[in-house]
Design a protein around this ligand. Structure first.
Ligand code: ADP
Ligand code: MG
Length: 397
């Protein structure tokens, strides 16, 4: 595959997307960059076969099938229409939802999730990524629903938070003075971060302000820490709650949306400081000597996924969610109550052949995870109805 032009495969909105499986995997191939063109010319390690399959052209050739394969010419808007838009509908319907952006450093993870966001514009521009687009649509859908179901007094409430996990430490990106936050677990809400700032959002402007402010905060910390952005995860979370009345019964729905920009998937050996922190944190979990190279987040993440996949074939493996903050926090999104989309970003260049193959293999495995997504809904009788019921019960006594 050595040419400036690569065939274009149109992505199509697929009505069965999310119907068959609660875990969907999309491959996104980014265009070659100048460094790659200088090093390897237009030599590629990938050949797309269809809108759902792609071949790695090494020896031996390997063909992979996914839910969608977005070729180099697929832009932000098309990717959103195909993969992001159904996520919004899932949240509106009361399903927990999650998007992971996976891939080696430089493969386009942040471009896919955040894209280029203008600091002044109130409307997201053409190069903005999944997060601003998801919220633009979500806010519009909320207004539409509230308007059309006024008689039911339907009201939504959206709260957002943005955090970074670096070196097993959690920092609040909305309030970066808040570092080293603690992970807690609650029987009702599951895993959560204690004292994390939550901002109520009611407009696209609110979201863009939050994103811009948080990205600046992230950059500040990145210059202090050596190549922090390739080693840190960011998790943007929105909780969407709705309440309405029907036949004097008060109903409520709840959905949590996690949008995750993962650290680079390439295996990095941990620095001395990282080893120390992780060892300290791991104390109490296990005491065996740990090789520094095994401390990489990717090892734990891959193990969680491998064991989840094996579980579907009946093997009862322990899932090591608690071995890293990322998997502890996001355990619902991996094998739990959530509709989860994994966007695996790859470079098509021959220079990245090995890393691209490793991402394709990971993505292939992840596609076999089975989640059990349920609508989070509650019906609460209003006070009057409950009082009436109490009276009836008392009369029966
Ligand atoms: P990562 O977050 O995986 O390290 P980035 O998203 O920062 O990678 O992407 C690296 C560079 O490549 C950035 O300059 C980005 O703008 C560019 N890039 C990534 N994906 C695309 C794409 N699909 N189209 C155009 N440019 C892209
Ligand atoms: Mg990035």
């Amino acid at each position: 595959v050595n040419s400036e032009e690569v065939p274009h495969y149109e992505l199509r909105e697929d009505p069965s997307f999310w119907m068959e499986n609660n875990v969907q995997v999309v491959i996104r191939v980014r265009p070659l960059n100048n460094t790659e063109k200088n090093l390897c010319g237009y030599n590629r390690c990938l050949r797309q076969e269809s809108a759902q399959s792609i071949t790695w052209t090494g020896h031996p050739e390997l063909c992979f099938k996914f839910d969608h394969v977005a070729c180099e010419s697929v832009n932000q808007e098309v990717l959103f229409r195909v993969a992001g838009l159904p996520m919004v509908e899932n949240c509106m319907a009361g399903y927990n939802s999650c998007v992971f952006s996976y891939g080696q450093t430089g493969s386009g993870k942040t471009h896919t999730m955040l894209g280029e966001i203008s600091e002044l514009g109130v409307n997201p521009g053409p190069e903005c990524g999944m997060i601003p687009r998801i919220f633009e649509l979500l806010i519009a859908r909320i207004r539409e629903e509230e308007e059309s179901r006024r008689d039911e007094k339907l009201k939504y409430n959206c709260k957002c938070s943005f955090l970074e996990i670096y070196n097993e430490q959690i920092t609040d990106l909305v309030d970066p003075s808040s570092t080293n936050l603690l992970l807690r677990e609650d029987t009702n809400v599951g895993a959560y971060v204690e004292n994390l700032t939550e901002r109520e959002v009611t407009s696209v402007g609110d979201i863009l302000t939050l994103l811009t402010q948080s990205s600046v905060n992230r950059k500040v910390s990145a210059t202090n820490m050596n190549s922090a952005s390739s080693r840190s995860h960011t998790v943007f979370t929105c909780t969407i709650e709705s309440r309405w009345e029907k036949d004097s019964i008060c109903n409520s729905r709840f959905a949590r949306l996690n949008l995750v920009d993962l650290a680079g998937s390439e295996r990095q050996t941990a620095s001395g400081a990282e080893v120390k922190t992780i060892l300290a944190w791991k104390k109490g979990f296990e005491c065996a000597a740990i090789q520094p190279c095994l401390l990489s987040w990717i090892v734990n993440f891959s193990l969680v996924i491998t064991n989840l996949v094996d579980r579907t074939s009946g093997k009862k493996w322990h899932i090591p969610y608690r071995d890293s903050k990322l998997t502890f926090l996001l355990q619902d999104s991996l094998g739990g109550n959530s509709k989860t989309l994994i966007i695996a970003n790859v470079s098509p260049s021959l220079c990245s052949s090995k890393e691209t193959l490793s991402t394709l293999k990971f993505a292939q495995r992840a596609r076999r995870i089975q989640n059990n997504a349920l609508v989070n809904e509650d019906s609460l009788g209003d006070v009057q109805t409950l009082q009436n019921q109490i009276c009836i019960l008392k009369e029966r006594e």
